[in-house]
Design a protein around this ligand. Structure first.
Ligand SMILES: Cc1ncc(COP(=O)(O)O)c(C=O)c1O
Length: 558
Protein backbone atom coordinates (compact mmCIF):
# COMPACT_ATOMS: atom_id res chain seq x y z
CA UNK A 1 0.00 0.00 0.00
CA UNK A 2 1.19 3.48 -0.78
CA UNK A 3 1.67 5.05 2.70
CA UNK A 4 0.18 8.31 1.49
CA UNK A 5 -3.08 6.56 0.66
CA UNK A 6 -5.90 6.00 3.11
CA UNK A 7 -6.01 2.33 4.05
CA UNK A 8 -8.85 0.50 2.35
CA UNK A 9 -11.24 -1.44 4.54
CA UNK A 10 -11.60 -5.18 4.22
CA UNK A 11 -14.89 -4.96 2.44
CA UNK A 12 -13.39 -2.76 -0.23
CA UNK A 13 -10.35 -5.02 -0.59
CA UNK A 14 -12.47 -8.13 -1.03
CA UNK A 15 -14.55 -6.28 -3.61
CA UNK A 16 -11.40 -5.39 -5.47
CA UNK A 17 -10.07 -8.99 -5.45
CA UNK A 18 -13.38 -10.20 -6.82
CA UNK A 19 -13.48 -7.51 -9.50
CA UNK A 20 -9.91 -8.24 -10.68
CA UNK A 21 -10.58 -12.00 -10.71
CA UNK A 22 -13.73 -11.42 -12.76
CA UNK A 23 -11.86 -9.30 -15.23
CA UNK A 24 -9.07 -11.88 -15.56
CA UNK A 25 -11.52 -14.75 -15.97
CA UNK A 26 -13.41 -12.76 -18.61
CA UNK A 27 -10.31 -12.01 -20.61
CA UNK A 28 -9.17 -15.67 -20.84
CA UNK A 29 -12.55 -17.16 -21.42
CA UNK A 30 -12.59 -19.74 -24.26
CA UNK A 31 -8.87 -19.32 -24.95
CA UNK A 32 -5.84 -21.50 -24.34
CA UNK A 33 -2.89 -20.44 -22.21
CA UNK A 34 -0.71 -20.34 -25.31
CA UNK A 35 -3.12 -17.98 -27.06
CA UNK A 36 -3.16 -15.67 -24.06
CA UNK A 37 0.60 -15.70 -23.74
CA UNK A 38 0.86 -14.88 -27.42
CA UNK A 39 -1.35 -11.77 -27.06
CA UNK A 40 0.48 -8.81 -25.43
CA UNK A 41 -2.74 -7.01 -24.31
CA UNK A 42 -4.06 -10.16 -22.65
CA UNK A 43 -0.73 -10.73 -20.92
CA UNK A 44 -0.80 -7.15 -19.69
CA UNK A 45 -4.41 -7.46 -18.42
CA UNK A 46 -3.59 -10.62 -16.48
CA UNK A 47 -0.44 -9.10 -15.03
CA UNK A 48 -2.49 -6.13 -13.83
CA UNK A 49 -5.18 -8.35 -12.37
CA UNK A 50 -2.60 -10.54 -10.63
CA UNK A 51 -0.93 -7.45 -9.19
CA UNK A 52 -4.21 -6.06 -7.88
CA UNK A 53 -5.41 -9.34 -6.40
CA UNK A 54 -2.11 -9.98 -4.65
CA UNK A 55 -1.78 -6.41 -3.37
CA UNK A 56 -5.34 -6.36 -2.04
CA UNK A 57 -4.88 -9.73 -0.32
CA UNK A 58 -1.70 -8.40 1.30
CA UNK A 59 -3.56 -5.36 2.60
CA UNK A 60 -6.43 -7.32 4.20
CA UNK A 61 -6.40 -6.84 7.97
CA UNK A 62 -4.97 -9.36 10.41
CA UNK A 63 -8.42 -9.53 12.01
CA UNK A 64 -9.97 -10.65 8.73
CA UNK A 65 -7.21 -13.13 8.05
CA UNK A 66 -7.59 -14.72 11.48
CA UNK A 67 -11.32 -14.90 11.02
CA UNK A 68 -11.52 -16.05 7.40
CA UNK A 69 -8.90 -18.79 7.56
CA UNK A 70 -10.67 -20.73 4.80
CA UNK A 71 -9.54 -18.16 2.21
CA UNK A 72 -6.08 -18.98 0.71
CA UNK A 73 -4.72 -15.48 1.39
CA UNK A 74 -1.13 -16.59 0.84
CA UNK A 75 -1.92 -18.00 -2.62
CA UNK A 76 -3.55 -14.70 -3.53
CA UNK A 77 -0.56 -12.72 -2.29
CA UNK A 78 1.75 -14.99 -4.24
CA UNK A 79 0.08 -13.89 -7.48
CA UNK A 80 1.89 -10.54 -7.39
CA UNK A 81 4.70 -10.47 -9.97
CA UNK A 82 7.22 -10.01 -7.15
CA UNK A 83 5.75 -13.07 -5.42
CA UNK A 84 6.19 -15.34 -8.38
CA UNK A 85 9.45 -17.23 -8.10
CA UNK A 86 10.38 -17.46 -11.77
CA UNK A 87 9.72 -13.80 -12.25
CA UNK A 88 9.61 -12.71 -15.79
CA UNK A 89 6.92 -11.56 -18.09
CA UNK A 90 5.13 -14.87 -18.36
CA UNK A 91 5.41 -16.20 -14.86
CA UNK A 92 2.66 -14.11 -13.22
CA UNK A 93 0.36 -14.86 -16.14
CA UNK A 94 0.93 -18.59 -15.77
CA UNK A 95 0.41 -18.37 -11.98
CA UNK A 96 -2.83 -16.53 -12.39
CA UNK A 97 -3.93 -18.93 -15.11
CA UNK A 98 -3.62 -21.89 -12.78
CA UNK A 99 -5.25 -19.98 -9.93
CA UNK A 100 -8.22 -19.17 -12.16
CA UNK A 101 -8.70 -22.75 -13.24
CA UNK A 102 -7.97 -24.51 -9.94
CA UNK A 103 -8.96 -22.24 -7.09
CA UNK A 104 -11.15 -19.42 -8.32
CA UNK A 105 -14.60 -21.07 -8.18
CA UNK A 106 -14.22 -22.01 -4.55
CA UNK A 107 -12.46 -18.79 -3.49
CA UNK A 108 -14.96 -16.65 -5.34
CA UNK A 109 -17.96 -18.11 -3.57
CA UNK A 110 -16.28 -17.77 -0.16
CA UNK A 111 -15.34 -14.16 -0.85
CA UNK A 112 -18.76 -13.29 -2.21
CA UNK A 113 -20.39 -14.48 0.99
CA UNK A 114 -18.26 -12.05 2.94
CA UNK A 115 -18.45 -9.11 0.61
CA UNK A 116 -20.98 -6.32 0.54
CA UNK A 117 -20.88 -4.11 -2.54
CA UNK A 118 -20.28 -0.44 -1.81
CA UNK A 119 -23.86 0.59 -2.50
CA UNK A 120 -25.05 -1.82 0.19
CA UNK A 121 -22.28 -1.01 2.62
CA UNK A 122 -23.56 0.90 5.61
CA UNK A 123 -21.81 4.01 6.63
CA UNK A 124 -22.12 4.42 10.36
CA UNK A 125 -23.92 7.68 10.85
CA UNK A 126 -22.30 9.49 13.79
CA UNK A 127 -25.73 10.83 14.82
CA UNK A 128 -27.04 7.30 14.91
CA UNK A 129 -24.13 6.14 17.01
CA UNK A 130 -24.71 8.98 19.48
CA UNK A 131 -28.47 8.44 19.45
CA UNK A 132 -28.07 4.78 20.24
CA UNK A 133 -25.22 4.97 22.71
CA UNK A 134 -26.78 7.34 25.23
CA UNK A 135 -29.69 6.99 27.61
CA UNK A 136 -31.88 9.71 29.13
CA UNK A 137 -30.20 8.86 32.41
CA UNK A 138 -26.90 10.30 31.09
CA UNK A 139 -28.50 13.75 31.03
CA UNK A 140 -30.28 13.68 34.36
CA UNK A 141 -27.55 15.60 36.18
CA UNK A 142 -26.55 18.39 33.82
CA UNK A 143 -23.61 20.56 34.81
CA UNK A 144 -23.72 24.36 34.99
CA UNK A 145 -25.39 27.05 36.97
CA UNK A 146 -27.62 28.34 34.22
CA UNK A 147 -30.66 26.11 34.47
CA UNK A 148 -31.78 26.89 30.95
CA UNK A 149 -28.43 26.65 29.18
CA UNK A 150 -27.58 23.33 30.69
CA UNK A 151 -30.51 21.64 28.95
CA UNK A 152 -28.74 22.09 25.57
CA UNK A 153 -26.69 18.90 25.71
CA UNK A 154 -29.83 16.86 26.21
CA UNK A 155 -31.46 18.71 23.32
CA UNK A 156 -28.53 17.67 21.09
CA UNK A 157 -29.21 14.05 21.92
CA UNK A 158 -32.94 14.43 21.32
CA UNK A 159 -32.17 15.94 17.90
CA UNK A 160 -29.83 13.05 17.03
CA UNK A 161 -32.56 10.60 17.95
CA UNK A 162 -35.22 12.51 16.07
CA UNK A 163 -33.09 12.79 12.97
CA UNK A 164 -32.32 9.08 12.98
CA UNK A 165 -35.99 8.31 13.68
CA UNK A 166 -35.19 6.44 16.84
CA UNK A 167 -37.20 8.84 19.01
CA UNK A 168 -40.34 7.03 20.05
CA UNK A 169 -42.05 9.95 21.76
CA UNK A 170 -44.56 12.58 20.73
CA UNK A 171 -46.22 10.82 17.85
CA UNK A 172 -49.30 12.49 16.43
CA UNK A 173 -52.66 10.98 15.49
CA UNK A 174 -54.08 12.02 12.15
CA UNK A 175 -57.56 10.58 12.81
CA UNK A 176 -59.48 8.75 15.54
CA UNK A 177 -57.40 5.73 16.58
CA UNK A 178 -58.94 2.27 16.63
CA UNK A 179 -57.33 -1.12 16.21
CA UNK A 180 -55.65 0.56 13.23
CA UNK A 181 -54.30 4.09 13.44
CA UNK A 182 -52.81 6.65 11.09
CA UNK A 183 -50.09 8.61 12.80
CA UNK A 184 -47.04 10.70 12.05
CA UNK A 185 -43.78 10.78 13.90
CA UNK A 186 -42.37 14.00 15.20
CA UNK A 187 -40.56 14.64 11.90
CA UNK A 188 -43.98 14.63 10.28
CA UNK A 189 -43.56 11.25 8.53
CA UNK A 190 -46.80 9.30 8.29
CA UNK A 191 -47.60 5.67 8.76
CA UNK A 192 -50.63 3.47 9.18
CA UNK A 193 -50.42 0.48 11.47
CA UNK A 194 -51.97 -2.07 13.76
CA UNK A 195 -52.37 0.05 16.81
CA UNK A 196 -51.09 -1.24 20.15
CA UNK A 197 -50.19 2.27 21.17
CA UNK A 198 -53.60 3.57 22.34
CA UNK A 199 -54.88 3.17 25.85
CA UNK A 200 -58.41 2.14 25.05
CA UNK A 201 -58.81 -1.41 26.28
CA UNK A 202 -62.54 -1.66 25.64
CA UNK A 203 -62.46 0.29 22.37
CA UNK A 204 -64.78 2.91 23.83
CA UNK A 205 -63.33 5.69 21.72
CA UNK A 206 -65.44 4.42 18.83
CA UNK A 207 -68.47 3.34 20.88
CA UNK A 208 -71.64 5.12 19.67
CA UNK A 209 -73.23 5.36 23.14
CA UNK A 210 -70.08 6.95 24.57
CA UNK A 211 -69.90 9.46 21.75
CA UNK A 212 -73.56 10.23 22.18
CA UNK A 213 -73.14 10.81 25.92
CA UNK A 214 -70.28 13.19 25.16
CA UNK A 215 -72.35 15.06 22.58
CA UNK A 216 -75.32 15.38 24.94
CA UNK A 217 -73.18 16.71 27.79
CA UNK A 218 -71.58 19.17 25.40
CA UNK A 219 -75.01 20.36 24.39
CA UNK A 220 -76.33 20.55 27.95
CA UNK A 221 -73.35 22.08 29.73
CA UNK A 222 -70.91 23.34 27.09
CA UNK A 223 -67.26 22.29 26.92
CA UNK A 224 -66.02 24.05 30.02
CA UNK A 225 -65.70 22.97 33.60
CA UNK A 226 -66.74 25.98 35.62
CA UNK A 227 -63.99 25.71 38.21
CA UNK A 228 -62.34 23.60 40.87
CA UNK A 229 -64.57 20.85 42.24
CA UNK A 230 -64.30 22.74 45.55
CA UNK A 231 -65.91 25.76 43.91
CA UNK A 232 -68.33 25.16 41.03
CA UNK A 233 -66.70 22.43 38.97
CA UNK A 234 -69.18 19.67 39.83
CA UNK A 235 -72.29 18.87 37.81
CA UNK A 236 -75.24 16.53 38.18
CA UNK A 237 -73.26 14.22 35.90
CA UNK A 238 -70.15 14.17 38.11
CA UNK A 239 -72.33 13.53 41.19
CA UNK A 240 -73.88 10.55 39.42
CA UNK A 241 -70.44 9.39 38.33
CA UNK A 242 -69.22 9.33 41.95
CA UNK A 243 -72.14 7.11 42.87
CA UNK A 244 -71.65 4.78 39.89
CA UNK A 245 -67.97 4.28 40.65
CA UNK A 246 -68.71 3.82 44.33
CA UNK A 247 -71.07 1.00 43.35
CA UNK A 248 -68.55 -0.62 41.03
CA UNK A 249 -65.85 -0.61 43.71
CA UNK A 250 -68.17 -1.08 46.70
CA UNK A 251 -66.45 1.91 48.27
CA UNK A 252 -69.00 4.64 48.60
CA UNK A 253 -66.87 7.74 49.09
CA UNK A 254 -65.35 8.96 45.87
CA UNK A 255 -63.18 11.98 45.13
CA UNK A 256 -62.70 12.91 41.51
CA UNK A 257 -59.54 14.42 40.03
CA UNK A 258 -58.97 15.90 36.61
CA UNK A 259 -56.29 13.32 35.71
CA UNK A 260 -55.19 9.96 37.00
CA UNK A 261 -51.78 11.43 37.74
CA UNK A 262 -53.37 14.12 39.90
CA UNK A 263 -55.36 11.45 41.73
CA UNK A 264 -52.25 9.42 42.60
CA UNK A 265 -50.16 12.40 43.59
CA UNK A 266 -52.96 14.21 45.40
CA UNK A 267 -54.16 11.19 47.37
CA UNK A 268 -50.73 10.58 48.86
CA UNK A 269 -49.80 14.22 49.35
CA UNK A 270 -53.22 14.79 50.91
CA UNK A 271 -52.92 12.07 53.54
CA UNK A 272 -49.22 11.66 54.39
CA UNK A 273 -47.16 14.11 56.44
CA UNK A 274 -43.42 14.48 56.85
CA UNK A 275 -43.15 12.34 59.99
CA UNK A 276 -45.18 9.50 58.41
CA UNK A 277 -43.81 6.62 56.35
CA UNK A 278 -44.45 5.36 52.87
CA UNK A 279 -43.57 1.81 51.88
CA UNK A 280 -43.92 1.62 48.12
CA UNK A 281 -43.33 -1.01 45.43
CA UNK A 282 -40.21 0.11 43.59
CA UNK A 283 -42.05 -0.15 40.26
CA UNK A 284 -45.19 1.71 41.32
CA UNK A 285 -46.36 4.38 38.89
CA UNK A 286 -44.56 7.73 38.71
CA UNK A 287 -47.55 9.68 40.14
CA UNK A 288 -47.32 7.55 43.30
CA UNK A 289 -43.52 7.77 43.56
CA UNK A 290 -43.56 11.52 43.11
CA UNK A 291 -46.48 11.98 45.50
CA UNK A 292 -44.59 9.91 48.06
CA UNK A 293 -41.39 11.92 47.60
CA UNK A 294 -43.28 15.16 47.99
CA UNK A 295 -45.01 13.95 51.15
CA UNK A 296 -42.16 12.53 53.25
CA UNK A 297 -38.49 11.65 53.31
CA UNK A 298 -39.40 8.44 55.13
CA UNK A 299 -39.93 6.53 51.94
CA UNK A 300 -38.96 2.90 51.56
CA UNK A 301 -39.05 1.30 48.13
CA UNK A 302 -39.52 -2.44 48.39
CA UNK A 303 -38.63 -5.13 45.89
CA UNK A 304 -41.32 -5.47 43.25
CA UNK A 305 -44.31 -7.53 44.50
CA UNK A 306 -42.39 -8.77 47.55
CA UNK A 307 -45.08 -8.90 50.22
CA UNK A 308 -42.71 -10.45 52.78
CA UNK A 309 -40.39 -7.47 52.36
CA UNK A 310 -43.34 -5.22 53.23
CA UNK A 311 -44.00 -7.24 56.36
CA UNK A 312 -40.40 -6.82 57.48
CA UNK A 313 -40.39 -3.09 56.79
CA UNK A 314 -43.61 -2.58 58.74
CA UNK A 315 -42.33 -4.65 61.64
CA UNK A 316 -39.13 -2.64 61.72
CA UNK A 317 -40.92 0.73 61.54
CA UNK A 318 -43.43 -0.21 64.22
CA UNK A 319 -40.67 -1.50 66.52
CA UNK A 320 -39.42 2.10 66.85
CA UNK A 321 -42.41 4.29 65.97
CA UNK A 322 -45.90 3.61 67.28
CA UNK A 323 -47.18 7.15 66.70
CA UNK A 324 -47.00 8.02 63.03
CA UNK A 325 -48.83 6.77 59.99
CA UNK A 326 -47.61 4.26 57.41
CA UNK A 327 -49.01 4.12 53.89
CA UNK A 328 -48.24 1.05 51.80
CA UNK A 329 -48.55 1.82 48.09
CA UNK A 330 -48.79 -0.44 45.07
CA UNK A 331 -50.26 -0.64 41.60
CA UNK A 332 -52.96 -3.22 40.91
CA UNK A 333 -51.92 -4.24 37.39
CA UNK A 334 -48.40 -2.88 36.85
CA UNK A 335 -48.30 -0.74 33.75
CA UNK A 336 -45.12 -1.98 32.07
CA UNK A 337 -44.72 -5.37 33.76
CA UNK A 338 -48.26 -6.74 33.50
CA UNK A 339 -48.19 -8.41 36.90
CA UNK A 340 -50.00 -7.74 40.18
CA UNK A 341 -49.38 -8.30 43.87
CA UNK A 342 -51.06 -10.57 46.38
CA UNK A 343 -53.35 -7.86 47.70
CA UNK A 344 -55.10 -10.11 50.23
CA UNK A 345 -51.86 -10.69 52.11
CA UNK A 346 -50.77 -7.10 51.65
CA UNK A 347 -53.99 -5.73 53.17
CA UNK A 348 -53.76 -8.26 56.06
CA UNK A 349 -50.23 -7.23 56.85
CA UNK A 350 -51.21 -3.57 56.78
CA UNK A 351 -54.00 -4.18 59.28
CA UNK A 352 -51.64 -6.15 61.49
CA UNK A 353 -49.21 -3.22 61.78
CA UNK A 354 -51.79 -0.45 61.72
CA UNK A 355 -50.70 0.71 58.29
CA UNK A 356 -53.01 1.66 55.40
CA UNK A 357 -52.95 0.26 51.91
CA UNK A 358 -53.41 2.29 48.73
CA UNK A 359 -53.86 0.42 45.43
CA UNK A 360 -53.76 2.11 42.02
CA UNK A 361 -56.16 0.26 39.72
CA UNK A 362 -55.65 2.50 36.67
CA UNK A 363 -54.98 -0.35 34.25
CA UNK A 364 -57.14 -3.18 35.53
CA UNK A 365 -60.43 -1.57 36.58
CA UNK A 366 -62.97 -2.00 33.81
CA UNK A 367 -60.79 -4.23 31.63
CA UNK A 368 -60.28 -7.31 33.80
CA UNK A 369 -61.90 -9.25 36.59
CA UNK A 370 -65.52 -10.23 37.18
CA UNK A 371 -67.84 -7.48 35.98
CA UNK A 372 -64.80 -5.30 35.20
CA UNK A 373 -63.86 -5.04 38.87
CA UNK A 374 -60.18 -5.51 38.09
CA UNK A 375 -57.56 -7.10 40.30
CA UNK A 376 -59.62 -6.28 43.40
CA UNK A 377 -62.57 -8.30 42.10
CA UNK A 378 -60.24 -11.12 41.03
CA UNK A 379 -58.92 -11.33 44.59
CA UNK A 380 -62.39 -10.95 46.16
CA UNK A 381 -61.37 -7.71 47.77
CA UNK A 382 -64.14 -5.40 46.59
CA UNK A 383 -64.95 -2.96 49.36
CA UNK A 384 -62.12 -4.32 51.52
CA UNK A 385 -59.06 -2.31 50.56
CA UNK A 386 -58.43 0.89 52.55
CA UNK A 387 -57.77 3.24 49.64
CA UNK A 388 -58.29 2.64 45.95
CA UNK A 389 -57.24 5.13 43.32
CA UNK A 390 -57.40 4.94 39.57
CA UNK A 391 -57.39 6.66 36.21
CA UNK A 392 -60.11 6.79 33.57
CA UNK A 393 -57.70 7.06 30.69
CA UNK A 394 -57.27 3.34 29.98
CA UNK A 395 -60.74 1.78 30.11
CA UNK A 396 -63.14 4.70 30.52
CA UNK A 397 -62.24 6.70 27.39
CA UNK A 398 -61.44 9.95 29.15
CA UNK A 399 -58.88 11.80 31.19
CA UNK A 400 -59.61 11.84 34.89
CA UNK A 401 -59.01 9.91 38.09
CA UNK A 402 -60.42 9.13 41.52
CA UNK A 403 -59.75 8.11 45.08
CA UNK A 404 -62.26 5.79 46.75
CA UNK A 405 -62.63 4.58 50.31
CA UNK A 406 -65.33 3.78 52.84
CA UNK A 407 -64.56 6.90 54.80
CA UNK A 408 -66.45 10.15 54.43
CA UNK A 409 -63.69 11.79 56.50
CA UNK A 410 -60.95 10.67 54.10
CA UNK A 411 -62.93 12.06 51.21
CA UNK A 412 -63.34 15.46 52.82
CA UNK A 413 -59.73 15.56 54.01
CA UNK A 414 -58.22 14.73 50.63
CA UNK A 415 -60.52 17.22 48.92
CA UNK A 416 -59.14 19.93 51.18
CA UNK A 417 -55.48 18.88 51.43
CA UNK A 418 -54.73 16.95 48.24
CA UNK A 419 -53.64 20.01 46.26
CA UNK A 420 -54.46 18.57 42.86
CA UNK A 421 -58.17 18.29 43.74
CA UNK A 422 -58.70 21.71 45.26
CA UNK A 423 -56.33 23.69 43.06
CA UNK A 424 -57.16 22.26 39.65
CA UNK A 425 -60.28 22.66 37.56
CA UNK A 426 -62.72 19.76 37.73
CA UNK A 427 -63.33 17.15 35.06
CA UNK A 428 -65.32 18.76 32.28
CA UNK A 429 -69.02 17.76 31.98
CA UNK A 430 -68.17 15.95 28.74
CA UNK A 431 -65.46 13.92 30.50
CA UNK A 432 -67.78 13.07 33.39
CA UNK A 433 -70.51 11.97 30.99
CA UNK A 434 -68.11 9.77 29.02
CA UNK A 435 -66.78 8.07 32.15
CA UNK A 436 -70.29 7.60 33.54
CA UNK A 437 -71.49 5.94 30.33
CA UNK A 438 -68.32 3.80 30.24
CA UNK A 439 -68.92 2.68 33.85
CA UNK A 440 -72.48 1.69 32.94
CA UNK A 441 -71.34 -0.37 29.95
CA UNK A 442 -68.53 -1.95 31.96
CA UNK A 443 -71.07 -3.33 34.44
CA UNK A 444 -73.48 -4.55 31.75
CA UNK A 445 -73.47 -7.82 29.74
CA UNK A 446 -71.93 -5.83 26.90
CA UNK A 447 -68.97 -5.15 29.21
CA UNK A 448 -68.48 -8.91 29.65
CA UNK A 449 -68.64 -9.41 25.92
CA UNK A 450 -66.04 -6.68 25.30
CA UNK A 451 -63.69 -8.15 27.91
CA UNK A 452 -64.16 -11.57 26.28
CA UNK A 453 -63.06 -10.20 22.91
CA UNK A 454 -60.23 -8.27 24.51
CA UNK A 455 -58.84 -11.42 26.12
CA UNK A 456 -59.10 -13.39 22.87
CA UNK A 457 -56.85 -10.82 21.21
CA UNK A 458 -54.51 -10.79 24.24
CA UNK A 459 -54.08 -14.56 24.12
CA UNK A 460 -53.58 -14.56 20.34
CA UNK A 461 -50.85 -11.94 20.67
CA UNK A 462 -49.05 -13.53 23.61
CA UNK A 463 -49.26 -17.03 22.13
CA UNK A 464 -47.87 -16.00 18.75
CA UNK A 465 -45.04 -13.93 20.22
CA UNK A 466 -44.12 -16.79 22.55
CA UNK A 467 -44.33 -19.38 19.76
CA UNK A 468 -41.78 -17.31 17.89
CA UNK A 469 -39.39 -17.47 20.81
CA UNK A 470 -39.97 -13.94 22.08
CA UNK A 471 -40.48 -13.13 25.76
CA UNK A 472 -43.81 -11.76 26.97
CA UNK A 473 -43.57 -10.54 30.54
CA UNK A 474 -46.21 -10.81 33.24
CA UNK A 475 -49.61 -12.48 32.96
CA UNK A 476 -52.41 -12.16 30.39
CA UNK A 477 -53.85 -8.67 30.73
CA UNK A 478 -54.50 -5.75 28.35
CA UNK A 479 -50.82 -4.88 28.69
CA UNK A 480 -48.48 -7.21 26.82
CA UNK A 481 -44.89 -6.24 27.60
CA UNK A 482 -42.45 -7.73 25.12
CA UNK A 483 -39.01 -7.83 26.67
CA UNK A 484 -36.11 -6.58 24.55
CA UNK A 485 -33.53 -5.51 27.15
CA UNK A 486 -30.89 -3.70 25.10
CA UNK A 487 -32.01 -0.15 24.22
CA UNK A 488 -30.20 -0.03 20.88
CA UNK A 489 -32.05 -3.07 19.68
CA UNK A 490 -35.36 -1.69 20.93
CA UNK A 491 -34.81 1.69 19.23
CA UNK A 492 -33.85 0.21 15.86
CA UNK A 493 -36.71 -2.31 16.02
CA UNK A 494 -39.08 0.51 16.83
CA UNK A 495 -37.93 2.40 13.73
CA UNK A 496 -38.62 -0.63 11.57
CA UNK A 497 -41.99 -1.25 13.19
CA UNK A 498 -43.08 2.28 12.41
CA UNK A 499 -42.47 1.66 8.70
CA UNK A 500 -43.90 -1.83 8.68
CA UNK A 501 -47.17 -0.93 10.34
CA UNK A 502 -47.07 -1.99 13.97
CA UNK A 503 -47.53 0.79 16.48
CA UNK A 504 -46.39 0.07 20.02
CA UNK A 505 -44.79 2.16 22.71
CA UNK A 506 -41.11 1.43 23.09
CA UNK A 507 -40.38 1.70 26.78
CA UNK A 508 -36.99 2.55 28.19
CA UNK A 509 -35.55 4.68 31.02
CA UNK A 510 -37.10 6.63 32.78
CA UNK A 511 -40.13 4.34 32.50
CA UNK A 512 -38.05 1.22 33.15
CA UNK A 513 -34.55 0.78 34.56
CA UNK A 514 -31.79 0.92 31.92
CA UNK A 515 -31.12 -2.37 30.16
CA UNK A 516 -34.70 -3.59 30.49
CA UNK A 517 -36.36 -1.89 27.57
CA UNK A 518 -39.44 -3.43 26.06
CA UNK A 519 -42.38 -2.85 23.81
CA UNK A 520 -45.61 -2.22 25.67
CA UNK A 521 -48.41 -3.52 23.50
CA UNK A 522 -51.80 -2.33 24.71
CA UNK A 523 -54.57 -4.50 23.36
CA UNK A 524 -58.12 -3.37 22.57
CA UNK A 525 -61.41 -5.26 22.38
CA UNK A 526 -61.59 -4.34 18.69
CA UNK A 527 -58.30 -6.04 17.83
CA UNK A 528 -58.98 -9.18 15.88
CA UNK A 529 -56.93 -12.23 16.81
CA UNK A 530 -55.60 -12.37 13.23
CA UNK A 531 -54.41 -8.76 13.53
CA UNK A 532 -52.62 -9.66 16.74
CA UNK A 533 -50.90 -12.64 15.09
CA UNK A 534 -49.92 -10.57 12.05
CA UNK A 535 -48.43 -7.94 14.35
CA UNK A 536 -46.45 -10.65 16.18
CA UNK A 537 -44.99 -11.83 12.87
CA UNK A 538 -43.94 -8.30 11.89
CA UNK A 539 -42.46 -7.69 15.31
CA UNK A 540 -40.46 -10.91 15.23
CA UNK A 541 -39.03 -10.16 11.78
CA UNK A 542 -38.24 -6.56 12.67
CA UNK A 543 -36.35 -7.57 15.78
CA UNK A 544 -34.34 -10.17 13.85
CA UNK A 545 -33.46 -7.63 11.15
CA UNK A 546 -32.56 -5.00 13.69
CA UNK A 547 -30.25 -7.42 15.41
CA UNK A 548 -28.52 -8.17 12.10
CA UNK A 549 -28.32 -4.47 11.28
CA UNK A 550 -26.71 -3.65 14.60
CA UNK A 551 -24.14 -6.37 14.31
CA UNK A 552 -23.18 -5.40 10.76
CA UNK A 553 -23.26 -1.63 11.28
CA UNK A 554 -21.78 -1.45 14.77
CA UNK A 555 -20.38 -4.92 15.32
CA UNK A 556 -22.48 -5.14 18.45
CA UNK A 557 -23.95 -8.51 19.16
CA UNK A 558 -27.29 -7.96 20.86
C1 LIG B 1 -50.67 2.98 37.09
C2 LIG B 1 -51.01 4.36 36.62
N1 LIG B 1 -51.48 5.25 37.49
C3 LIG B 1 -51.80 6.51 37.12
C4 LIG B 1 -51.64 6.93 35.83
C5 LIG B 1 -51.94 8.33 35.46
O1 LIG B 1 -53.11 8.39 34.75
P1 LIG B 1 -53.38 9.52 33.65
O2 LIG B 1 -52.40 9.29 32.56
O3 LIG B 1 -54.77 9.25 33.23
O4 LIG B 1 -53.20 10.83 34.29
C6 LIG B 1 -51.17 6.02 34.89
C7 LIG B 1 -51.06 6.41 33.48
O5 LIG B 1 -50.08 6.68 32.91
C8 LIG B 1 -50.82 4.73 35.29
O6 LIG B 1 -50.29 3.86 34.43
Amino acid sequence: MNPAMTPRDDDELIGSILAAAEQAAGSVKGRSLEEVLATPESRETLRRCATEMGAAALEVSEMMRNWATHIPWESLIALRPEGVEAAGDEAPVRALWSFLSEQLPHVRSSLEEMWQPAHLRRQVDPDEEYALDKNAYDFYRPVGRNLMQRTEEYQGWVEARRRTETWQYSRVLEAAPGSIAVISNDLGRRTKGINFNSQDYLSFNAHPAIREAAARALQDYGPHSAGSPMVLGNTKISDELERALGDLLQLEHLTLFSTGWAAGFGSIAGLVRQEDYIVIDRLAHSCLQQGARAATKNMIRYEHLNVEAVRQHLQEIRSRDARNGILVVTDGLFSVDADWPDLVTLQDICHQYDANLLVDVAHDLGAMGPGGTGVLGMQKLLGKVDLVMGAFSKSFASNGGFLASRSQAVKQYVKMFGGSHFFSNALSPVQSAVVLKAAQIIRSPEGDELRGRLFQAIHALRDELTRRGLTCMGSPSPIVPLLIGNEKLARISNRLLFDRGVLAFMVEFPVTPTGSSRFRLQVQANHKPEEAREAARIIDESIAESRAYLSSAFGSGV
